[in-house]
Design a protein. Structure first.
Length: 130
């Protein structure tokens, strides 16, 4: 550590200020959140509109609903067997894909669906999945 201290003492005040500024910028870059700028699930996005999803589970098995696997899957919630649930979430992309995972282990992806601001989407889970 003494080598670093002696090198810092030999720098002029102006050089020291420049070194500190560069170090601050480098550290700020390393401390980033790691989120992608195009993450549709990012909280607090100014351009995100709220979308509502109604899930009608006609199956006996409990289902867990996820959104957008290509952008980092996010769990919306659980829909018990033979029941309905509504989920609201911010979304800004023109399309969405859902992933459904049943308690018994089966899972599937929906088709990519077009979605717009303030849309109400409905997902029907039939009594038997093939």
């Amino acid at each position: 550590m003494s080598g670093l201290q002696s090198n810092l003492r030999s720098l002029s005040n102006r050089q020291l200020l420049l070194f500190a500024s560069l170090l601050t910028v480098a550290l700020a870059g390393c401390m980033g959140t790691g989120r992608r700028a195009d993450n549709p699930l990012e909280e607090g996005r100014a351009d995100a509109e709220e979308v509502e999803l109604l899930v009608r589970n006609q199956n006996f098995s409990q289902a867990t609903i996820y959104i957008s696997p290509e952008h980092g899957s996010r769990r919306l919630g659980i829909v018990n067997g033979k029941s309905d649930a509504t989920f609201k979430f911010p979304w800004h992309l023109p399309h969405i894909q859902l992933r459904v995972k049943f308690l018994a282990g089966r899972e599937f992806l929906t088709e990519t669906l077009p979605v717009g601001p303030d849309d109400l989407l409905e997902l029907l889970l039939p009594a038997s999945q093939q």
